[in-house]
Design a protein around this ligand. Sequence first.
Ligand SMILES: *Cc1c(COP(=O)(O)O)cnc(C)c1O
Length: 363
Amino acid sequence: MIEPRPELSKLSDYVPGKSIEEIREQYGLKKIVKLASNENPLGASPKAVEAFHQIADCLHLYPRGDAPTLIRAIAQKYGVKTEQIVVGNGSDEIIDMVGKAFIRQGDNCVGITPTFSVYKFTTLSNGAEFIGVGEGDAKTSLDDLAKAIDSKTRVAFICNPNNPTGTYYTESEIREFLKKVPQNVLVFLDEAYSEFATAADYPNMFSALDEHPNLFINRTFSKIYGLAGLRIGYAIASTDVVRHLWKVKPPFDVNQAAQVAAIAALDDAAHVEATRKMNAEGIEVLTREFTALGFKVLPTQANFICVKIGERARELVSFLERNGMIVRGLTSFGMPEYIRVTIGKPEENEFLVMLVKKWKAEA
Ligand SMILES: *Cc1c(COP(=O)(O)O)cnc(C)c1O
């Protein structure tokens, strides 16, 4: 028998949002709206789609694994050195690379919970322990996270804004935390949703990189840039940290379609702005509607809202699915009474509200 590494027995499968095909097969529906995976409802930037088509003649060629043009574009946009940047096959792969480069058997990693499951997955699969600080929908203080750090801690994960709650930490909260953290603990700041944040005190942490060589900022093209299907993310940190990641990075992980589309998407400010505007309006509408229906909506800085439905949350999720609306139940996040809803186009949000009203009326 082929024995797997013992760490694998601790891992549970990632639970993704249901796909449109799955629901179509299950219920034979024509109209299906997916507001479950925080994808951009406007799609990718038209400039990125154009770049994608143009690369079709080069499918026989290997990509440049070092993605020099994209990295230069990112460096220029954020005023950092190219040596401070690494790219990956989605930022999920960057989390994986951090695990390979820094997490050893017997170590631990700490993180604010509930949160994105990939941090724990990477920690456990590298033979370390994951210490989650916080539960439910209350914002956990970063002081409590700092207190959980001990001599075995390698990485502190902070998702900002947090998936699935939408909660955020301010610049002063994060800077205070950075002061308390030992230099040998990597502070993994996941900013997958940062481009959606509108709060005046939502941080710009690039300015702290020089001062804190253990700060690691993770970003993605999957969310506001609408390239989730192409798989491309990047991280910005100190050259010293980034250097180690290049060693564990698979050489051709970021394909050329992803690279050219990402370069074009970065340059499409109009698409980003349109997405932000529609998102802000959608948050307002959905928050107002769910609140009027008697549900608690957590304040959000991301492209989703987290809503407390109560004991019947799972029932609502399956009612919505049967009627062609996919949202994310949060049982796998340890929040069984909540759902997470990606902000859609106005008509998609209306469709959701109509169905929730129908469900409530029938109950
Ligand atoms: C969606 C998401 C990502 C992005 O993952 P990709 O692999 O880049 O698609 C990263 N972190 C969090 C918290 C997310 O929700």
